[in-house]
Write a new protein. Structure first.
Length: 157
């Protein structure tokens, strides 16, 4: 159960102010992602899958359907339906693995990347612009904080 917010008579600590800002950012990013999904006839899980596939691509990591389903918390049938839907829409393709040709890997298509860039690009550009104003020490603190929150949210750390 989430911790209760302090009442109006309780002064907010700097830590809680940051937690509340993080929550507001998460809500706004979720709404932004939902607008993208709605505009392009996608389910929110489709967008999450494309993000997972782009993250795997950036890390030069092959993503199988099984790994994708596990990352999204889907069972086998749900993962198959998701990949079929994304493949029909031209957002992904199934290919043989580079390291193990017996393995079927799911890859995000360049058209899906461009579609995402056209919608999320201005937000990403503004975020990069904001971060460019910070020195390496502050960037390291931001990276450490966000990594710690991610770990806490996923049950790690």
């Amino acid at each position: 159960m989430p911790a209760a917010d302090p009442g109006p008579e309780t002064p907010e600590t700097p830590e809680m102010e940051i937690v509340h800002l993080l929550r507001a950012v998460a809500v706004e990013l979720g709404l932004h992602s939902a607008r993208f999904a709605h505009r392009h006839g996608m389910h929110p899980t489709d967008v999450r899958a494309l993000i997972a596939l782009m993250d795997a691509r950036r890390a030069a990591d092959e993503m199988t359907a099984g790994r994708l389903g596990a990352a999204l918390g889907l069972n086998s049938a749900g993962t198959t339906a998701l990949v079929n839907r994304l493949e029909r829409a031209g957002h992904v393709r199934r290919v043989r693995g580079e390291r193990d040709r017996r393995k079927v890997v799911i890859e995000v298509d360049e058209r899906a990347i461009e579609l995402g860039r056209s919608f999320f690009g201005p937000l990403i550009d503004r975020s990069v612009q904001l971060l460019a104003g910070y020195d390496e020490r502050r960037l390291a603190a931001i990276r450490d904080f966000l990594g710690g929150v991610r770990d806490a949210a996923t049950g790690g750390g």
